[in-house]
Structures are given as C-alpha cells and as structure tokens.
Ligand binder design. Structure first.
Ligand code: HXC
Length: 258
C-alpha cells in the first residue's frame, strides 16, 4: 500500500506509523486520517505484528485537525459527511495495543489522537493542549470526554476553556502520559515498549486492552445527554423549520438537505 501522508514500516513484530505532513506540523486532514486508519487495520490483521506505535517528528506529533481544510465547512458539510466519525474512529476498533510516541506539539485533534491510543510515551519537549476554544469551536474527537477521564475535571476544564498548553512534566503529573523521556530517546522507548508487549501472548494482550477499555464505557445518562444535544442541534437546521411548518400547515415538507 502506498501512502502520501504517513510513512509505514515494521520493526520485528512492531508496526510503526509516522505522521508525515511536516510542512503543516502534521495537521490532520481527511486523507491522513483515512491512511492512518488503513495502516492500523492492516497491522491489526497481520499475524506478524503484535503492537503498533504512532509518532510524528521532533517538532510535532500533530498540531491539530487541518484548520485550512476545515475553515469553510458548514454545519451540513460536517454533519452529512460524518466528519470525524467516518475516519477518526477507526483506531477505536484496533484490537492490538497502539502506543503514541509524542514529541513536540500534540494539540487539538493531535492531543485527541494521542489520547485515542492505549498509552502515551512523551518527550520532555512535548506540549499538549486543546486550543479549539481560540478558534470558536470545541474539541470534536473525544477531547471533552477523554481528558476528564485521564487528567481530572479541573485540568480538563482549564485546558479546554483557556486553551493553554501543558508541558511534559505537567502531563506526567496529571496522568496523561505513562512515561517522559529525553526527546532523542522517545521513539526508541515506545518501540521498545511495543516490542515487549508483542512478545506476550496476543490474546491475553488484546483481552487486557479490551478489559481496561471497558472501565471507561459510558452510562445511560451519558447516552441520554448525547441524544439530547443532537436533538437540540437539529433546531439549527432549515429542514426542522420546514418539516414542522409543513405539519402545522397540513402540507408535504420540501426538505433542502436530502
Ligand atoms: C493547519 C497548521 C496547523 C493546523 C500549524 N499549521 N498548525 N495548518 N492546521 N492545525 C501550519 C501553520 O499554518 C504554518 O504554515 C506551519 O504549520 C507552521 O506553523 P507555525 O504556526 O508557523 O509554527 P509555530 O510558530 O512554531 O507555532 C506552532 C503552533 C501553531 C503553536 C502549534 O502552529 C498553532 O497554534 N497551530 C494551531 C494549533 C491549533 O489550534 N490546533 C487545533 C486545531 S482545531 P505556513 O504555511 O504558515 O508555514 C482541531 C479540532 C479537532 O484540532 C476536532 C476533531 C477533529
């Protein structure tokens, strides 16, 4: 498989994916997320692979979703195309362990991608944050859900509401990362951890991962809240106005966004 936005290699039983859009600090566009998902799925179904590592470069793991690409999206663009859900969620179905090796910036969607992995090993140069608030949006790929679980409500609120960045030492204190190492050792450390994991019995590794993830699954209240927010958001559409007006006026609705 040839990719344009990632570099893929295998090191023994470890599958390594490097995010590779250095000119934009590995900003995560649609193509990159699709390619990353494909590479992870291929490793997951490869019997010769026991664990995976995702990394960026010295300056950035990823500085977020690609702002240039998103800038002109409308509500209907993102809703109808299942933006994020369509290709950002692939990683949730990967059954073998995935480790993030984070050097430099992991911001916005970059921080969220790191949190989607099973654990993060970071360099002392790492900077984490959810600065979406500065763009007039909120985290959209799990930041508001995974951050409070990982680092407490207080710090999650602080990061998401102020948009400030958190350095590696604070990230380790808060429990966001499992290890902090010197920048030039970060990738080696993650590959070594993946190599250790890949040497264990694969079913037990996968079941350990699956079991730990169960600890974070949601409740009825969460599902109800999600449904309520979606329900509310539909009142932003012209089709809701048309649909209800048509009922009141006893005519067939003429929906614009079919
Ligand atoms: C598109 C980006 C980018 C991004 C950086 N670049 N981040 N392009 N999307 N998220 C581009 C810059 O425009 C610039 O391109 C080049 O990368 C280098 O960045 P600089 O800003 O010149 O570098 P520096 O001065 O070192 O500042 C680094 C930085 C800053 C602090 C990380 O780039 C920054 O604030 N980036 C945006 C971070 C952010 O807001 N992330 C959240 C995005 S929203 P040129 O062409 O000028 O050289 C998000 C929503 C997620 O992630 C929702 C779920 C999907």
């Amino acid at each position: 498989m040839t990719y344009e936005t990632i570099l893929v290699e295998t090191l023994g039983k470890v599958g390594l994916v490097r995010l590779n859009r250095p000119q934009v600090l590995n900003a995560l566009n649609d193509q990159l997320m699709t390619e990353l998902g494909q590479a992870l799925m291929d490793f997951d179904s490869d019997d010769n692979i026991g664990a995976m590592v995702i990394t960026g470069n010295d300056k950035a793991f990823a500085a977020g979703a690609d702002i240039g690409a998103m800038a002109t999206f409308t509500y209907m663009d993102v809703y109808k195309s299942e933006y994020i859900t369509r290709n950002w969620e692939t990683i949730r179905n990967i059954r073998k362990p995935v480790i993030a090796a984070v050097r430099g910036f992991a911001l916005g969607g970059g921080c969220e991608l790191a949190m989607m992995t099973d654990f993060i090993i970071c360099a002392d140069t790492a900077k984490f944050g959810q600065p979406e608030i500065k763009l007039g949006i909120i985290p959209g790929a799990g930041g508001t859900q995974r951050l409070p679980r990982a680092i407490s409500k207080a710090k999650a609120m602080d990061l998401c509401l102020t948009g400030r960045l958190m350095d590696a030492a604070e990230a380790e204190r808060a429990g966001l990362v499992s290890r902090v190492v010197p920048a030039d050792k970060c990738l080696d450390e993650a590959i070594e951890a993946a190599t250790v994991i890949a040497a264990y019995s694969n079913p037990s590794v996968m079941m350990a991962k699956e079991s730990i993830n169960r600890a974070f699954e949601g409740s009825l209240s969460e599902g109800m809240l999600f449904e309520r927010r979606m329900f509310h958001s539909l009142f932003a559409t012209e089709d809701q106005k048309e649909g209800m007006a048509a009922f009141v006026e006893k005519r067939k609705p003429d929906f614009k966004n079919k």
